[in-house]
Design a protein around this ligand. Structure first.
Ligand SMILES: Nc1nc2c(c(=O)[nH]1)N[C@H]1C(S)=C(S)[C@@H](COP(=O)(O)OP(=O)(O)OC[C@H]3O[C@@H](n4cnc5c(=O)[nH]c(N)nc54)[C@H](O)[C@@H]3O)O[C@H]1N2
Ligand SMILES: Nc1nc2c(c(=O)[nH]1)N[C@H]1C(S)=C(S)[C@@H](COP(=O)(O)OP(=O)(O)OC[C@H]3O[C@@H](n4cnc5c(=O)[nH]c(N)nc54)[C@H](O)[C@@H]3O)O[C@H]1N2
Ligand SMILES: [Mo]
Length: 762
C-alpha cells in the first residue's frame, strides 16, 4: 500500500554506507571547513594522529590507509569548524534570547574562543581573564560548607590525563561526587559484568571477530553510532558467519552495507547483507529472548558441562528459574514466537565460538543490569568467554568513557585505588560513596548540592526530565562549564556561572615542555596516544588538563601536588597514573608504541575476579515495580534513539537518512497496526503522553504535535529521538542497581493531537 505523502518522510532504498555516505561526508566538510583544513581527516585514528572523537570502536589493526567513517568525519569537522563564538557574539545576544534557539543552532555557531562569566545585570556572558576566573571559582568552591555539596560531572571525551587530574583534584578537595555520562549509558555493564565475570568491560578484541563462528547483536545501531564496526561485521559475513540481530526497529545498517572502501562494491558489486536473521523483539523484551534461548539449550543439553563445573557457580539456580518460566510468558514479553527463539538458539548452539554485541537497547532499561547479566549467562552456558573468537562486546559510548572510568572517574571508588592515591599523593581521600548522575540532579534540585563543575557534556539536556533538571541548574550558586561549543547547559545559569573554552582532540596542545599527546582507551581496552595537529581554534584556549589544574590550584592553595608540573609535561601525569594503577606499568613507554597497549581484562583469560572466584550465573530480576501493563489496551512502550545526524545532544542536521527522515526531528515511529488500532494514520499529528502511574512519577508529561510515522517497528513499541523526547522520561524511572535511566522503556499513550485535523498534508 502506498504511504500517504508526508513532508520530510520517505524511505531510504539503499544500503548503509555506499554513495550516500560519501556524499554526506562531503557535505559535512563543506559546511564546516575549507578544503585545506579537511586534510585533517587523514590523521584520524592513525598511529601518529588523533583519536576520533566519534566513537570507542577500536582502530584498525594495521596499515595506515584512512579508515573511512561518515559519522567520524562529521564529528571531526564539527570540532574543526571555521566558525567561532566570540565575546562579540555574546555581546550581541542575551542569554534569554539564546535560550530560545534550537540546540542545533547553538552549537552550530562554532567554537568558543574566550573564558566568559555570566553577568546577571545585562543577562549576558562577558569576557573574564583566566586567572580571575580560576580565583573566583576556587573561592566559591572553598566557601561551601561541605565538599559533598559540589558535583563534578565528566563527559566521556575527556582524555585519561585530564580525567585523572580531575579526579585527583576533586578527591583532594574532598568528595566522590562524580556523576558522569557513563551513569546514563553503560553503567549497567559496569555494575552487571563484575558480578558475572569479575570485570566491567568487554572481553573481546578485534582479532576475536576473525575467529568467531556466530555474532549476536542486541540493541545497538552500528551504522549510525559505531560505523567502523560495519567493516568488521562485513568481514565476518564474507566468511559466512551468521549474524543474528534483535532490535525492535529494522535498522538499515544491520540489514545491508556497501563498503565505501571497496571499489568493486561501490561500483558494480552488491551490498553485503549483515543480519542473517533479524528479530523485531519488543522494547524491553531481550531478557525474555535470552531466557528462552537458555531454556532451549538446557532442554537439548547443549551446554558445556566441563566449563560450568570448572569455572562457574549458580548453574542449578539458573536452571530451576528457567524451568519455572513458561513459554507463554516468554512469547508475550519478547513479542517473538517460540519457533524464532528456538531457531536463534540453534544458531548459537551450532557455533563453536560466539560473540555477543550490545548497546543502549540493553542497558537503558529498568532492568539494564539484569539484562546485561542474562547475556553473560548465555555466553557462560557454552563457555563462550575467555577463549579465542568468543566473548562479550559492549559497544561503549563516548570515545574515552571507558578510559575515564579506568583512571578514577567513579562515585564508588574501591579501597585499593584510594589506598594507592593516599600513598602516592599523601592525602586522605574521601571514602563515602558519591553521587551518580541521577543522585546529583536530585541533590541539586533539592538544594543539597550548590555547585556543579562540568568537564564537557550537556548534562541537564542528556538527563531525563529536562524541566526538573533545568530548574535544578538555575538554583545553583556556582556552575562551571569546560567546553568546546555552546550548548543549552551553559544557558541554564546559576548565581555565578563560568564558561571555560578548551582545546579539542584535533588541536595541537603545546605546553612548557613542548607539544603534548594525550591517551584514550577504546571499547576493547586498548590504550593509545592521541595527538592533535590543527592550530587551536583561538589563541586563548587552554587544554582540559591546564584548566583542571588551574581550578585545582586556586581551590587548594595549600595543596602539595605539583599541578603546574603535571601540565608542563603530560608524561608526568601518565607516570602518576602508573603509580596509582599497577595495570599501567611501563605506561609512557607502552603508549609510545604506535597502537599502544591492551589493559588486562582477566576474564578474557578465564581469571574470574568475582567474590566467588568463579564466573557467576545470575538469575534475572523479577519485577518488583511493574512498569507499564504492557498488555493494557492502549499503552505503548516508547524507546528513544539517536538519528544519523547527531552526536548525543549535538545535532549536526535534521536528517536521519537510513530511516527515511529529512529535515525534521519531531517524529514518532509507530507500527502501522498500532496506528490503525487508534484510528490514526501515517502523517497524523499526535500527542504523546507518559503514563505517570506506571513510571513512578506524579506529574503528567506530554509532547505535543509530533508526526506519527508508520515504520517497520515491533508491535507495541514506538520510538522518538533523544533529546527531544527526554521530557517524557521520569527522573524516577531508572535501573535500581546501576542508576541508568530507562530511556528505552517509557510507557506512553498516543492520541490525535489536540486541535489537529486529519493530519498534515498533502
Ligand atoms: N554518530 C554517533 N555516534 C555515537 C553517538 C551518537 O550520538 N552519534 N553516541 C555515542 C554514545 S555516548 C553511545 S552510548 C553509543 C550509542 O549507540 P547505540 O547503543 O547504538 O545507541 P542508540 O541510538 O541509543 O540505539 C540503540 C538501538 O537499540 C534499539 N533498541 C531500542 N530499544 C531496544 C530494546 O528494548 N531492545 C533491543 N534489542 N533494542 C532496542 C534501537 O532501535 C537502536 O537501534 O554511540 C556512540 N556513538
Ligand atoms: N533519551 C535519551 N537520553 C539519553 C540517551 C538516550 O539514548 N536517550 N543517551 C545517554 C547517553 S548514552 C549519554 S553518553 C549521555 C550524553 O551526555 P553528555 O556526554 O553530557 O552529552 P554530549 O551531548 O555528548 O555533550 C556535548 C557537549 O560536549 C562538549 N564537548 C564536545 N567535545 C568536547 C571536548 O573535547 N572537551 C570538552 N570539555 N567538551 C566537549 C560540547 O560543548 C558539546 O556541546 O546522554 C544520555 N541521554
Ligand atoms: Mo553513551
Amino acid at each position: 500500500m502506498a504511504k500517504k505523502d508526508v513532508p520530510g518522510i520517505g524511505e531510504y532504498g539503499g544500503p548503509a554506507g555506499g554513495w550516500g555516505a560519501l556524499q554526506a561526508v562531503a557535505k559535512a566538510i563543506r559546511s564546516q571547513m575549507t578544503a585545506k583544513d579537511a586534510t585533517i581527516l587523514l590523521h584520524v585514528n592513525q598511529p601518529e594522529g588523533f583519536d576520533c572523537p566519534g566513537c570507542a570502536w577500536p582502530d584498525p589493526r594495521q596499515g595506515s590507509s584512512f579508515e573511512f567513517c561518515e559519522n567520524g568525519a562529521k564529528a571531526v569537522s564539527w570540532e574543526a569548524t571555521n566558525k567561532r563564538v566570540t565575546p562579540e557574539f555574546f555581546a550581541r545576544h542575551t542569554v534569554a534570547e539564546l535560550f530560545g534557539w534550537e540546540d542545533f543552532a547553538l552549537e552550530g555557531e562554532g567554537r568558543l574562543t574566550h573564558p566568559m562569566k555570566y553577568d546577571a545585570a545585562s543577562d549576558r556572558y562577558l569576557p573574564i581573564a583566566w586567572d580571575r576566573a580560576f580565583a573566583e571559582i576556587g573561592a566559591h568552591l572553598r566557601s561551601l560548607p561541605d565538599p559533598d555539596m559540589a558535583e563534578f560531572y565528566a563527559s566521556g571525551r575527556t582524555s585519561n590525563e585530564a580525567a585523572f587530574l580531575y579526579q585527583l583534584f576533586v578527591r583532594a578537595f574532598g568528595t566522590n561526587n562524580f556523576p558522569d555520562c557513563s551513569n546514563m549509558c553503560h553503567e549497567a555493564t559496569s555494575v552487571g559484568l563484575p558480578e558475572s565475570i569479575g570485570v566491567g568491560k568487554g572481553t573481546v578484541t578485534l582479532d576475536d571477530f576473525d575467529h568467531c563462528d556466530a555474532i549476536f547483536s542486541f540493541g545497538h545501531n552500528p551504522g549510525t553510532n559505531h560505523p567502523r564496526m560495519l567493516a568488521t561485521l562485513r568481514e565476518a559475513r564474507l566468511r559466512d558467519v551468521p549474524i543474528v540481530v534483535f532490535n525492535p526497529l529494522k535498522e538499515r545498517s544491520l540489514e545491508r552495507f556497501k563498503s565505501p572502501q571497496s571499489p568493486v562494491e561501490m561500483t558494480v558489486g552488491k551490498a553485503v547483507s549483515i543480519a542473517t536473521s533479524y528479530y523485531q523483539v519488543k522494547v524491553g523484551g531481550d531478557a525474555a529472548v535470552v531466557q528462552g534461548m537458555m531454556k532451549v539449550l538446557l532442554a537439548r543439553d547443549a551446554v558445556d558441562h566441563a566449563f560450568i563445573r570448572n569455572h562457574t557457580t549458580g548453574f542449578e539456580a539458573l536452571a530451576d528459574d528457567l524451568a519455572a518460566m513458561s513459554w507463554d510468558d516468554i512469547e508475550r514479553v519478547s513479542g517473538l514466537w517460540r519457533a524464532d527463539i528456538e531457531a536463534a538458539a540453534d544458531v548459537y548452539a551450532n557455533a563453536r565460538s560466539v560473540i555477543i554485541c550490545y548497546g543502549m537497547g540493553i542497558t537503558q532499561h529498568r532492568h539494564g543490569t539484569s539484562n546485561v547479566q542474562q547475556l553473560a549467562n548465555l555466553l557462560l552456558l557454552r563457555g563462550n568467554i575467555g577463549r579465542e573468537g568468543a566473548g562479550i562486546c559492549p559497544l561503549r559510548g563516548h570515545s574515552n568513557v571507558q578510559g575515564d572510568r579506568t583512571v578514577g572517574i567513579t562515585e564508588i571508588p574501591g579501597d585499593a585505588f584510594l589506598d594507592n592515591l593516599r600513598r602516592v599523593f599523601g592525602f586522605e581521600p574521601p571514602r563515602a560513596k558519591g553521587h551518580a548522575a541521577v543522585e546529583a540532579l536530585e541533590a541539586m534540585r533539592d538544594g543539597r548540592s550548590r555547585a556543579l563543575v562540568c568537564l564537557g557534556g550537556n548534562l541537564p539536556v542528556a538527563m531525563p526530565d529536562p524541566q526538573a533538571c533545568f530548574e535544578a541548574m538555575r538554583k545553583l550558586d556556582l556552575s562551571v562549564h569546560i567546553a568546546t561549543k555552546l550548548n543549552r547547559s551553559h544557558l541554564l545559569v546559576g548565581k555565578h556561572t563560568y564558561l571555560l573554552p578548551c582545546l579539542g582532540r584535533t588541536e595541537l596542545d603545546v605546553q612548557a615542555t613542548g607539544p603534548q599527546a594525550v591517551t584514550v582507551e577504546d571499547s576493547m581496552a586498548m590504550v593509545h596516544a592521541s595527538r592533535g595537529s590543527l592550530p587551536p581554534a583561538a589563541p586563548e584556549l587552554k587544554s582540559e588538563p591546564a584548566i583542571v589544574a588551574g581550578i585545582a590550584r586556586a581551590t587548594l592553595p595549600d595543596s602539595a601536588i605539583d599541578w603546574e608540573g603535571f601540565v608542563a609535561d603530560y608524561g608526568r601525569i601518565r607516570d602518576a597514573i602508573e603509580a596509582v594503577f599497577p595495570d599501567f606499568a611501563g605506561h609512557n613507554e607502552r603508549v609510545s608504541k604506535p597502537r599502544g597497549f591492551r589493559l588486562d581484562v582477566p576474564a578474557s583469560r578465564r581469571e574470574w575476579r568475582t567474590k566467588t572466584g568463579r564466573a557467576n550465573f545470575i538469575v534475572a530480576a523479577r519485577d518488583q515495580r511493574p512498569l507499564a501493563r504492557v498488555d493494557a489496551q492502549d499503552v505503548l512502550v516508547l524507546t528513544t534513539v539517536r538519528s544519523h545526524d547527531q552526536y548525543n545532544t549535538t545535532i549536526y542536521g535534521k536528517n536521519d537518512r537510513y530511516r527515511g527522515v529529512t529535515g525534521r526531528r519531531d517524529v514518532v515511529f509507530v507500527n502501522e497496526a498500532d496506528l490503525a488500532e487508534r484510528s490514526l494514520a501515517h502523517g497524523d499529528l499526535v500527542d504523546i503522553e507518559a503514563v505517570a502511574a506506571h513510571d513512578h512519577s506524579s506529574e503528567a508529561r506530554v509532547l505535543r504535535g509530533f508526526v506519527a510515522v508508520a515504520h517497520d517497528i515491533a508491535r507495541g513499541a514506538v520510538a522518538a529521538y533523544y533529546p527531544e523526547a527526554n521530557g517524557l522520561v521520569s527522573l524516577a524511572n531508572f535501573d535500581a542497581r546501576s542508576g541508568t535511566p530507562s530511556y528505552k522503556s517509557v510507557p506512553v499513550v498516543i492520541r490525535r493531537a489536540a486541535g489537529s485535523g486529519e493530519g498534515l498534508n498533502p
